[in-house]
Design a protein around this ligand. Structure first.
Ligand code: OSB
Ligand code: MG
Length: 418
């Protein structure tokens, strides 16, 4: 087996294309929780400076605000446990409609719903009138009425999982039925103004960071020459590209560029077309031999099912890949459901990143310990990329991150300040 791909234990492609049957129990998530009363919910936020600005086809940024929902639960025998999650939006609505301001607003509604108060009166202290939560679905059902805002929801759900895992004294990975002890790790290299500048970053990723695969951002005009240079120096490097919706799937010149990517032997082309399009990705690119990876287009398991159906019709599931970002799909349970749906239909998956801080990245590592996740994730950035992080990252060695085994996320030195 290649060093950049994991073997899945679930080899039999069962072919189940019905996301509705994918309950926590079917997915092997056994919470066995005690009734938990939400006592308090607070949200902290931190502005974090990047050491090196990051550029994609949609914009360039040098700092990010991360929001950390924290929930205190009380058990029936009076024990208290606190869990914390991370919301990792960008600073402006570049990647999707969310940004740190919209997440802060949405979190106001989430806090109100979880504490049983109207949003105008929500102060983070529970009204005391809400029944306890008994499992993840009873938790998320409190705020399921809120349309959209997946990054806000994912951070809140993260706080739930951390709390439950701590209460039980296990890692989140084991609670989720994760089987891998370490996960394959790649890096995402941003756009650079010159081929030389890009090659410096790629050299660093390959020689110093020793990641198992490299992803580079592309856009029309900043693609073929860059890929030529990388392939000249690294003919066998596991390499993929991410366009963040920069190509028009009906422009013949753009289609010709994408077809030309076939000669570089890429693992995949990520999100060449529009955010809100699955159908045209399937139809317009069926003649490419490089697999197409969907990122922005997949917001939940229904989208994943629709994509699989379309690739079955127009191409083949082996030429579809899904980048699963828990923040983009509204949480970790939805991420796991998508992973299972893809796995059972022969579609490879990996965990992308949103430049999360150490907490969010660690949560992604716990998710990637699931058997369904077979390709390297964007788990290490051209590191250390935050001037000050909120805690240590999991142990990294030559392209693999160890899944933490301590209770909850297993970050011993987490420091979110006040
Ligand atoms: O499209 O995968 C993306 C960063 C911010 C927003 C979108 C994307 C990215 C990355 C970097 O590619 C991922 C990371 O290192 O966290
Ligand atoms: Mg992407």
């Amino acid at each position: 087996m290649e060093t950049w791909k994991e073997t899945r234990g679930r080899t039999a492609t069962w072919g189940c294309l019905d996301e509705r049957v994918l309950t926590p129990k079917v997915l092997g998530i056994y919470e066995n929780p005690l009734p938990l009363t939400v006592e308090a919910v607070r949200v902290r936020s931190r502005k974090m400076d990047l050491r090196i600005p990051f550029e994609t086809s949609f914009g360039r940024f040098d700092s990010l605000v991360r929001l950390y929902p924290e929930i205190t639960f009380r058990t029936e025998d009076g024990r208290r446990v606190t869990g914390v999650g991370e919301c990792s939006p960008l600073s402006a609505p570049w990647y999707d409609y969310e940004c740190h301001r919209s997440v802060a607003t949405a979190l106001g509604y989430l806090v109100a719903s979880l504490t049983g108060k109207p949003v105008e009166e929500a102060d983070g202290v529970a009204s005391g009138k809400e029944p306890p939560v008994t499992d993840v679905l009873s938790f998320t059902s409190r705020y399921r009425w809120i349309v959209g805002h997946p990054m806000a929801k994912a951070g809140m759900e993260g706080a739930y999982w951390d709390g439950v895992a701590r209460l039980r004294g296990v890692s989140v990975s084991s609670l989720w039925g994760g089987t891998r002890k370490a996960v394959l790790t790649g890096t995402s290299v941003g756009l650079e103004p010159t081929v030389e500048a890009l090659m410096d970053k790629v050299d660093r990723a390959v020689r110093e960071m020793e990641v198992v695969r490299v992803k580079v951002k592309v856009k029309p005009g900043r693609d073929l020459a860059y890929l030529d240079a990388i392939r000249n120096r690294y003919p066998d490097l596991p390499l993929q590209v991410d366009a963040n919706a920069a190509y028009d799937l009906f422009d013949p010149a753009h289609l010709a560029l994408l077809k030309d990517f076939d000669r570089f032997g890429l693992l995949m082309i990520e999100q060449p077309g529009r955010n809100d399009d699955i159908l045209d990705h399937a139809r317009q690119l069926a003649h490419l031999s490089t697999p197409i990876c969907l990122d922005e287009s997949i917001l939940h398991a229904v989208h994943a099912r629709q994509a699989i159906q379309l690739w079955k019709e127009h191409s083949h599931p082996s030429r579809l890949v899904v980048n699963i970002k828990p923040p983009r799909v509204g949480g970790y349970l939805e991420a796991i459901r998508i992973a299972r749906l893809c796995c059972d239909n022969g579609v490879s998956v990996w965990c992308g990143g949103m430049h999360e801080s150490a907490l969010g990245k660690t949560a992604n590592v716990h998710f990637s310990s699931r058997d369904e996740v077979d390709l390297p994730g964007d788990h290490v950035s051209q590191a250390p990329y935050f001037v000050r992080n909120v805690g240590s990252s999991p142990e990294y060695r030559r392209g693999r991150l160890t899944v933490p085994s301590g209770a909850g996320w297993g970050i011993e030195d987490l420091d979110l300040g006040d």
